[in-house]
Design a binder for this molecule. Sequence first.
Ligand SMILES: [Zn+2]
Length: 266
Amino acid sequence: MLVDTHAHVQMPEFDADRAEVLGRSRSAGVQWMVCPGVDLASSTRAEELARQEPDVAAAIGVHPEDCDKAPADYLTKLRSLYALNATTTVAIGEIGLDYKEGTPDRALQFRFFEEQLQLAADLALPVIVHSRFAVTACLNAVAHFRGMRGVMHCFGGTTAELERAVALGLHVSFTGNITYPGAHATRDALKACPVERLLLETDSPYMPPVPMRGTRNEPSFVAYVYSAAATLLDSDVTDVACRIHETARGLFNHHERGNHAGEENL
Ligand SMILES: [Zn+2]
């Protein structure tokens, strides 16, 4: 009973074999996944997929690395997309800040982040926050929005930053990064995360976990992330999966639509 809280299965990387990828995901026990957009086109694709596949829920938003290419009326377009797809949209994301060299101007990223935080507040949706090299800056921005719900996705910050995220009411999600040999600080952060705020994800097609590094990541590989997290928490993987399923359902207010493989009474 797994959930992948972040998988870009709408991306072109999956165009050749998306049905097989989703089939493997179901066989691996993934009950549902959140598919976040990074721009208007991929947000629209996420909604199309969510309408077709009962185990895919969509998130819509403009990623900090894509904000310099977004049209001036992107907020209006996101609002219309939401209006057409309110039942399949579980979050605004992914949005945030990315301070890696070569990313768009920081002031522009910041404007897009704040505007989309406001959009999430207006629509009463949680946010999915990307925060590469910018965890504290992201938390400072979220702190201006009282009661904002959301998740720090692909968390790569320190334990102190994790504690601040939790104090702000946010959830924290880890990827295959917890399986990387050098990721001691990330593993320490996971261990410091209150279990009711902890989420797991693949970030497919990126961040493949050990032993799948060097390949395209896909939602079925989330099982490796669950198993690594359970080891770090010294818990049974089934217990971890049940808890995270509940947490994800609560945050995204997600109720599985339809059944496949004859599963009922979820
Ligand atoms: Zn992502």
